[in-house]
Write a protein that binds this ligand. Structure first.
Ligand code: FAD
Ligand code: EGU
Length: 470
């Protein structure tokens, strides 16, 4: 691994949170030569016996991969991921229809969250200028001095200092608390009515129970299930539905009835016993959407990842956006010579509109899926997108393609999409009008001749036109 440093910068950078974004960011700063310390409230997941926390696997796409490439572990992570070249739509009658994500090389990867986190921590730890501190929970910090107070491993409070504090401590960020006390800091937090719950689909006869290289989707308007493959030949199924629906299901029989009605094909695959065990093991988890701005305080602190922009998971972009945050920050560090007083405001200016656009898109997709997306509609929409793209590959690019397979700025992807929608709508109008005019012409020219009727006579049969003539 390349541990060369651009310059011997002795500034101290404290990264709060050793989750996906924090662990990645540690290597970004270490690579630049900073004196890096990571503080993670939980124990080292590389030693932990039970890893608790959110989703077991995630969809990694282009933006996330570009960030991993920067620290030299893209290939390794890709080799441990499972390519998903298409979605597999499960209809209510059990029919399965694949819809490709794009051309041959365009696929997303199902990666194991815990494994990715472990790899990122190990890469960071290999830098001599990085120290990882587990069982360190940030309690508070001071914008003026950079002093931080932690709840340490032995239960005591511990004070430490840094030149730059990078808050990567997730949706319920403790770092962000200081931001909330400041004037002109905007913040919003929204819970959606849906919760989610994870179910494991075991292997069947020693192999994947369903086609492995797909993101399996059961779109059922208010209810939705998604399944991503794991290396151990299991699938992790994530069931999304309103909390009030979760509450209605209190017994195994009610659960089976619900699955029989909505996801009948999945019951034999998950197995009745496993389904009941997994469903009642944990309560459904909430989904939160957090936006805030600015992302920085003075030249002292900056937020990245979910701490800055937690989004609903309906675009598979939360982690990818957080990873791209690190890339964008790094680009700005190059541009402004690591001068925090300039870099931090510039990072907020450049990045916040993009994260905001992505978070809104994820919310938009949630509302759209809930409102009218069943398997028929889903198949039709993706077919339409792909067809138009095939006809006009340069002009019409599906939104998910720009989001998932390019580094087009999120807010520009949204603008481009809105423009495309205008073009498509206009195209449909022109096509529709021309069809009517053409049909009318053909009818008049070749249509039934008897009884003979002139255009004037036709007009006279329309009362509205007679009225206009008077
Ligand atoms: P986190 O992963 O939450 O990490 C924060 C870390 O900070 C944790 O380790 C925590 O212990 C630590 N911490 C918290 N408080 C403190 C403190 N006070 N002091 C010290 N440490 C602290 N994204 C995708 O890109 N693709 C997907 O397919 C996808 N699927 C998802 C499915 C679901 C159901 C959900 C809920 C999310 C999904 N996401 C997905 C989003 C993704 O999980 C997050 O965007 C990502 O985990 C954010 O990483 P993070 O490091 O910012 O935050
Ligand atoms: C949700 C939960 C299909 C993992 C959005 C697509 C997701 C993922 C889609 C989860 C959907 C929805 C896209 C990807 C991905 C699709 C995407 C959603 C991964 C628009 C582990 N979404 N997700 N869109 O196009 O761009 O296939 O938990 F059902 S990957 Cl909701 Cl590309």
């Amino acid at each position: 691994m390349d541990h060369s440093t651009k310059k011997n910068n002795k500034k101290r950078v404290a990264i709060v949170g050793g989750g996906l974004v924090g662990a990645l960011n540690a290597s970004f700063f270490a690579k630049r030569g900073f004196d890096v310390a990571v503080f993670e409230s939980r124990e080292d997941i590389r030693c932990a016996k039970v890893v608790k926390g959110r989703s077991i696997n995630l969809a990694l796409s282009h933006r996330g991969r570009q960030a991993l490439k920067h620290i030299g572990i893209e290939e390794k992570i890709v080799s441990m991921g499972i390519p998903m070249h298409a979605r597999m739509i499960h209809s209510l009658n059990g029919k399965r229809s694949p819809i490709p994500y794009g051309k041959k090389g365009q696929y997303i990867l199902s990666v194991d969250r815990a494994n990715l986190n472990k790899e990122l921590l190990s890469v960071a730890e290999a830098y001599p200028n990085t120290k990882l501190n587990f069982n360190h929970k940030l309690l508070d910090w001071s914008p003026e001095t950079g002093a931080m107070t932690f709840h340490g491993p032995d239960g005591t409070e511990k004070d430490l200092q840094a030149d730059l504090i990078v808050g990567c401590d997730g949706a319920f960020s403790a770092t962000r608390k200081q931001f909330l006390r400041r004037s002109r800091f905007s913040y919003s937090q929204t819970y959606i009515p849906h919760g989610y719950l994870e179910l494991t689909m075991p292997p069947r006869n020693g192999d994947f129970a369903m086609e492995p290289n797909f993101l399996h989707i059961w779109p059922r308007n208010t209810f939705m299930m998604i399944a991503l493959p794991n290396l151990d030949k299991t699938f992790t199924c994530t069931l999304f539905m309103p909390f009030e629906e979760f509450e209605k299901i209190t017994t195994g029989d009610e659960l089976l009835g619900f699955f029989q009605k909505n996801f009948p094909d999945s019951i034999p695959l998950i197995g009745v016993d496993g389904l009941i065990r997994d469903f009642f093991r944990l309560p459904a988890q909430a989904l939160v959407w957090v936006t805030c701005s600015p992302y920085h305080v003075l030249d002292r602190c900056v937020l990245m990842g979910d701490a800055a922009h937690a989004m609903v998971p309906f675009y598979g972009q939360g982690m990818n956006a957080g990873f791209e945050d690190c890339l964008v920050f790094n680009e700005i560090m190059d541009q402004f010579n690591e001068d925090f007083a300039v870099v931090l405001p510039e990072y907020t200016r450049v990045r916040a509109p993009d994260d905001q656009a992505m978070a809104e898109l994820a919310m938009y997709n949630y509302i759209e899926m809930r409102a009218h997306v069943n398997s028929r509609y889903f198949l039709f929409r993706k077919f339409l997108d792909n067809t138009l793209h095939f006809i006009m590959p340069k002009t019409i690019i599906p939104l998910y393609t720009m989001i998932t397979f390019t580094r087009t700025r999120y807010h520009e992807a949204v603008t481009q999409w809105q423009w495309q929608n205008k073009v498509i709508t206009r195209g449909l109008w022109i096509f529709g009008t021309m069809s009517i005019v053409g049909a009318a012409y053909l009818l008049l020219k070749y249509g039934p001749k008897k009884p003979h009727i002139t255009v004037e006579q036709l007009w006279n049969q329309v009362p509205a036109l007679k009225w206009l003539q008077n």
